[in-house]
Design a protein around this ligand. Structure first.
Ligand code: PLP
Length: 412
């Protein structure tokens, strides 16, 4: 064939047409441009603890450093034995209901890689997955990327963001393969009651759904909140538990996460074989980071110092909630876990049509970067997420700017 003189526009794959991840989207690109011009932006957009001075425990860093020499080869595709054993013991100590062994644990480059892998292994074109609304948007993106369809079930703000069981059941069809439960929740900070978790487990059993429990915030709990792992609630469905060290041990950049398979495995061997193949295709997760897992799971509870009433994270949460609720037309529930507030905007006070543009105005006018509610697949342009990781001084500064921004919008 003749060489073409005019190169055609290189188009992205149509597989990406329903895939979006706004947490690192257009707003962040604008913020980066502004920073490159020398402006200082307060970034309340990602849950990345270390840049806010929330440093990893020394022993975790030492474990990784000490093993750098011997951890320079590939590991088993599922991860090193000691890490997987420690992960099992963690769940066993919490009352895991079913028998599991090291073969049921896959270590990944963060939970993110495993979410994508599990969706690829699970879904045929058109298969549906129930995902909370609002959600952590990777779940929706990964389901759609795998050719599936994310179907969003409602979490109810007036009910402290608990999932609506009736809405879940209404949305189950004969194409529904699984249900995602994010507990403690990003972006709402909600923690689900055992009764609610049992309700979800019953629906999963009744309709034969795989339960995907994202529990990455299970150690970041405030007040007297208690987190119950899904794997201790039911063994009557296949339960995939996702967790990792990015948040609890402030090593988001090391990329250490896992998925554990528990519950009803007898009909799942083909799916597990698929997942095992995908794990081997990418050879293994970052090996040095895997050496942090055994120490991390062995009872290191440093998070409590941060989340207790006198701890930094708890104080920051209280300040963020208090300041947000003091703004006319803004309200937010008290997060019980994680480090986010999902704040509501009263559209009678602020008649917003496009919440991304609204957050863009905030970025440009006040140099504060936050993600709009629709970025979490919320269906109305009336929420935004605040990351309360900055120290009290920076958080006060951000809240002053927010105050000023909303006051100006009321006058427009
Ligand atoms: N799941 C939830 C709910 C999250 O908030 C995040 C990160 O923000 C992840 C998964 C991904 O975490 P990682 O890939 O760092 O393990």
């Amino acid at each position: 064939t003749e060489p073409k003189t005019e190169p055609k526009q290189l188009k992205k794959s149509s597989k990406l047409s329903n895939v979006c991840y706004d947490i690192r989207g257009e707003l962040l690109q604008t913020a980066n441009r502004m920073e490159a011009e020398g402006q200082r932006i307060i970034k309340l957009n990602i849950g990345n603890p270390e840049p806010f001075g929330l440093l990893p425990p020394d022993e975790i860093v030492r474990d990784v450093a000490m093993n750098l020499g011997s951890a320079s080869g590939y590991s088993d595709s599922k991860g090193i034995f000691a890490a997987r054993k420690a992960i099992l013991q963690y769940y066993q100590s919490k009352g895991l209901l079913s028998a599991v062994d090291v073969n049921d644990v896959f270590v990944g480059n963060g939970v993110s890689e495993l979410i994508v892998m599990v969706m690829q292994a699970l879904l045929d074109d058109g298969d549906e997955v129930l995902i909370p609304m609002p959600d952590y948007p990777l779940w929706t993106a990964a389901a759609n990327l795998a050719g599936g369809k994310a179907v969003h079930y409602r979490c109810v703000e007036e009910d402290n963001w608990q999932p609506d069981l009736a809405d879940i059941e209404r949305k189950i069809t004969d194409k529904t393969k699984g249900i995602v439960v994010i507990n403690p929740n990003n972006p709402t900070g909600a923690i689900y009651s055992d009764e609610l978790l049992r309700g979800i487990a019953e629906l999963a059993k009744k309709y034969g759904l795989v339960i995907m429990a994202d529990e990455i915030y299970d150690r970041i709990l405030y007040d007297d909140a208690v987190h119950t792992p899904m794997s201790t609630i039911t063994d009557e469905s296949l339960v995939l538990t996702f967790n990792g060290l990015s948040k609890s041990h402030r090593i988001a950049g090391y990329r250490a996460g896992w998925v554990m398979i528990s519950g009803k495995k007898d009909h799942a061997s083909d799916f597990i074989e698929g997942l095992t193949m995908l794990a081997s295709m990418r050879l293994c997760a970052n090996v040095p980071a895997q050496y942090a897992i055994q120490t991390a799971m062995g009872g290191y509870q440093s998070m409590q110092a941060l989340t207790a009433p006198t701890g930094r994270l708890c104080k920051q949460r209280n300040l963020a909630v208090e300041r947000l609720n003091a703004i006319k037309g803004i309200s937010c529930t008290m997060p019980q876990g994680a480090f986010y507030c999902f704040a509501k905007i009263d559209r009678d006070v602020y008649p917003i049509e496009n919440d991304m543009q609204f957050m863009m105005d905030l970025l440009i006018e006040e140099k504060v970067l936050m993600v709009q509610g629709t970025g979490f697949n919320w269906d109305q342009p009336d929420h935004f997420r605040v990351v309360f990781l900055p120290n009290l001084v920076d958080l006060e500064d951000a809240m002053d700017r927010l105050d000023r921004f909303f006051a100006k919008k009321r006058q427009e």
